[in-house]
Design a protein around this ligand. Structure first.
Ligand code: MN
Ligand code: MN
Length: 465
């Protein structure tokens, strides 16, 4: 091989160059990444809502030696505990070798995703068809949710306190549901609407039936037939919709994407990809130096409001429960703690590359993304990681050979967004956003790269271990 020139050597030493995972990783590591993603796809298919993600997490944690936290217990190094917050969020800990006053290491992701919730009084009949009225949850482009197969998930809470779990549309022999759209032949007026207005909120009505109940003495026969079916199968009436969390999500399963199977297409990568990778990392880091605290939160997509979102005190209370038997002030623990806010970033889309700034946008396949700040306009609404904390994270990832990259959420002034990071920062904790680059974020079918998913798992592992 020809000797490198002075300029080449200098460039190697001085330039920052991002690397494509599939170019740098050896084949056996790529195989490992692909294998890891088999478990991830299973998690996705079992966990289409935050409630289902909590159920799946409880199963996984129980299989790996975690038990429910009992307040007042003096937990010892290696002990594993979890707290299930109302079945919609979960936080769990592995007790570290170092006493808790040295702080904890937190990975905080979210398990809610954009979707269509039912309105409290959703069912109606029109033109001999039965439909559901919906109210969308999180940021969606509404036109993407028409003419795709939808599944219904959720719970109905009856007045007697009993809970009916519902999941229809996931098995191959289940029926599915859909939102209809206008045929192009008659869409001249609709086509003049702006894209944002192409399908309006009140047009997101889900078609659920068309067969009439045979009785000439009644009206709304299709609606009656639907209610009769629901009553026979689940034992609830129209009034019970008033106390239900029912939601419609894409019925499609997670699939390998591309001839080379290098990617996964699925609903809900944002943010189950970080929930899964951080959970597996925390389980695998089974005798950590510092106590690890992993939280799979709810309500992030609507701003983390509510008692299962990270704007509530449940994470702090969980850590306080670990401290209390040792008479340790939780404030001291929090200010010594560090957190990876585990959330996705937007990968540069080759068809829409003008919204990203190439030098600072995350790239699909270039590894886990560390995002110094999110926010909008002049960094509004972001906690921003300090130079000092960024350097700690760089050191951890580089030492372990984790392939990682930087990322920003689009060009300056083009839009923006946020994560749970600011709620963690408000507890006086050092925090930075770390996660997987995603294409088509918030769409019914989002895309991630398998090697990025694996590098994200490795990043969480190296941070937590
Ligand atoms: Mn997210
Ligand atoms: Mn999101």
């Amino acid at each position: 091989m020809a000797e490198k020139s002075e300029g080449e050597l200098l460039k190697e030493k001085l330039f920052y160059v991002r690397k494509n995972t599939t170019e740098v990783m050896n084949d056996s590591d790529i195989d490992k990444a692909f294998d890891f993603c088999e478990g991830y796809k299973e998690f996705l298919n079992l966990s289409k809502t935050e409630r289902e993600a909590v159920d799946t997490a409880v199963d996984l944690l129980s299989q790996n030696g975690y038990s429910e936290l009992v307040p007042g217990t003096r937990y010892l190094p290696g002990d594993k505990v979890y707290f299930n917050n109302r079945g919609k969020a979960i936080v769990f800990a592995t007790i570290g070798q170092k006493p808790i006053e040295y702080g904890v290491k937190i990975a905080a992701s979210h398990i809610d995703s954009p979707r269509l919730d039912l309105k409290p009084n959703p069912l109606y009949e029109d033109s001999d068809m039965a439909l559901f009225k919906t109210h969308y949850y999180g940021g969606i482009k509404k036109y993407q949710w028409t003419t795709i197969a939808l599944a219904m998930h959720g719970v109905v809470a009856k007045k007697d306190g009993s809970i009916i779990k519902v999941s229809i549309g996931e098995s191959a022999d289940d029926p599915v549901f859909c939102i209809t759209d206008l045929l192009p032949h008659l869409a001249q007026e609709q086509s003049k609407r702006t894209l944002a207005d192409g399908i309006r909120g009140e047009e997101l009505n889900i078609l659920i039936g068309s067969r009439a109940f045979k009785d000439d003495k009644v009206s709304e026969k299709v609606k009656l037939n639907i209610l009769n079916l629901l009553f026979e199968k689940y034992g609830f009436t129209e009034e019970d919709f008033l106390s239900a969390d029912l939601t419609f999500v894409p019925a499609e399963k997670a699939r390998d994407l591309g001839f080379d199977r290098s990617m996964i297409g699925s609903y809900g990568h944002d943010d189950r990809v970080c929930a899964y990778t951080s959970m597996m990392a925390a389980i695998d880091a089974d005798s950590p130096e510092f106590t690890t605290v992993t939280v799979l939160s709810d309500r992030e997509e609507i701003g983390s409001y509510g008692n299962t979102g990270l704007d509530s005190d449940y994470l702090k209370n969980f850590i306080a429960d670990l401290c209390e038997p040792y008479n340790i002030d939780v404030r001291k623990v929090l200010s010594n703690s560090k957190c990876l806010s585990a959330d996705v970033n937007c990968a540069l889309d080759p068809s829409f590359s003008d919204v990203g700034e190439r030098r600072n946008a995350s790239l699909l396949g270039y590894g886990v993304v560390v995002t110094k700040y999110t926010g909008a306009r002049g960094k509004s609404g972001t906690s921003e990681a300090s130079a000092e904390f960024m350097s700690e994270i760089r050191d951890i990832l580089d030492n372990a050979g984790v392939i990682w990259q930087l990322g920003e959420l689009g060009k300056v002034d083009i839009g923006g967004g946020g994560t749970v990071a600011l709620y963690i920062a408000s507890m006086d904790i050092d925090v930075v956003d770390v996660g997987v680059p995603v294409l088509s974020m918030h769409a019914p079918f989002e895309v991630v790269s398998k090697t990025d998913v694996y590098m994200t798992y490795r990043a969480f592992y190296e941070f937590l271990k």
